[in-house]
Design a protein around this ligand. Structure first.
Ligand SMILES: [Mn+2]
Length: 398
């Protein structure tokens, strides 16, 4: 178990890393023009900011004085609930109710006050470009499916969508992470998910692909060698070598694929349905969602002897407290009257497990077993058989 990390390192996720095009391949005269444009742009932007910011602040203060309960965003009107969670889970006032999911119904809380890393927390990679939490307010109509780890099995994904007669204009698809790796067509799965406007959470394999790609955007492909050198990321839970097998996927991502995959949050919260979706799991003892350690949320299976999340399947022996995180979660929920259900993937060895408040949806498609989807309101299960994919073994067998 790693040592506790400093709050500064843990906070690195707050900085968004935006892909930038490399300029190294441009001819000299174009680089000069680029430099001149950049200088002109910076000077203009500075003047504009200097003029507009004081005015905006004055306007904002006037607005706050007028009505402290109403906030505006660029796309939608947000009104606070009167409950204590209102500031972190603002509710969208529907502008136009139809059966389809509105882009504005998926929001990212703009500010989260509490961030207390648990003692076992790992550093968050500066290349992870991670959103910890998104909040989704579904419409009343249509079905909401949570689909387990697809791992590049595009054919099976399409067969399952056919089987449930998925209607993109009415139904909602949520992917429980690990869209990529091991299977035949990881890029195809991302593109299909984009087509369907699927919601998603980040899996441990998605995370590796994103980190490699962000590094490539920032430093260029040529800097990613030698293959056995470790990418500089600090004390992360799973250091990556430049030659890591996930680079086969990251190098083929276009900007839209990257933006989609990086946009899958660590945790998708659906407060209207008392439900959350993560890839690995949630520490049952952490009450503030964003205090969860990202690496653990993407990787956890069992709780170890110290009641801390582990990626391993540990052995329960007389006298130790080893148990699957869902066992601890269900017990804790019963004790504290917590009504929130958590959907998760990542644990193919256990397969489909539908409990009171935890629903496991990874049934090992890429290992030649099944691909599964559970409808959230009815809890109906749909499955298709899988051919499986190329099994990369070795250092990434989790
Ligand atoms: Mn996984």
């Amino acid at each position: 178990m790693s040592a506790a990390v400093s709050k500064e390192v843990y906070h690195q996720h707050i900085e968004d890393v935006t892909p930038i095009e490399s300029t190294k391949h441009l001819p000299i005269y174009r680089r000069k023009w680029l430099l001149v444009s950049a200088v002109v742009f910076t000077v203009t932007a500075t003047i504009v900011i200097a003029i507009t910011v004081p005015i905006s602040i004055r306007n904002l203060n006037a607005l706050r004085a007028k009505d402290e309960n109403v906030h505006f965003t660029s796309t939608s009107k947000i009104a606070n609930n009167s409950s204590s969670v209102a500031t972190t889970t603002p509710k969208i006032v529907p502008q136009n109710i139809t059966g389809t999911r509105k882009a504005s119904s998926l929001i990212t809380p703009d500010k989260q006050e509490s961030l207390h890393p648990p003692v076992y927390a790992h550093a968050v990679s500066p290349w992870s470009n991670l959103t910890r939490l998104k909040i989704y307010h579904p419409s009343d109509q249509g079905r909401i499916f949570v689909m387990g780890d697809i791992h590049g099995c595009l054919n099976e994904m399409n067969q399952l969508l056919d089987k449930i007669q998925f209607k993109p204009d009415q139904d909602v698809l949520i992917l429980a992470g690990d869209l990529v790796f091991r299977g035949q067509d990881s890029i195809g799965v991302i593109q299909r998910a984009r087509e369907l406007n699927a919601l998603c959470v980040r899996g441990n394999h998605d995370d590796k692909v994103i980190r490699l790609k962000t590094y490539e955007y920032q430093h260029g492909k040529a800097s990613m060698s030698p293959a056995d050198e470790i990418m500089p990321e600090g004390q992360v839970g799973d250091p990556l070598k430049f030659g890591n097998k996930h680079i086969e996927i990251s190098k083929n991502l276009n900007v839209e694929d990257y933006t989609y995959l990086a946009g899958c949050p660590l945790i998708l919260d659906i407060p209207d349905l008392n439900t959350r979706v993560v890839h690995g799991g949630l520490d049952p003892l952490i009450s503030n969602l964003i205090d969860n350690d990202p690496w653990s949320v993407m990787n956890m299976r069992d709780m170890d002897d110290n009641n801390q999340p582990s990626k391993l399947k540990l052995n329960k022996k007389p006298g130790n407290d080893v148990q699957h995180w869902t066992t601890a979660y269900e017990a804790n929920a019963a004790k504290t009257n917590n009504q929130v259900t958590v959907y998760y993937g990542h644990d193919a060895s256990r397969g489909i497990v539908i409990n009171n408040q935890t629903v496991g949806v990874d049934s090992g498609c890429v290992y030649g077993r099944k691909l599964s989807a559970v409808e959230m309101r009815s809890r109906e299960l749909a499955q298709v058989d899988c051919l499986g994919g190329d099994k990369h073994g070795g250092d990434d067998d989790d």
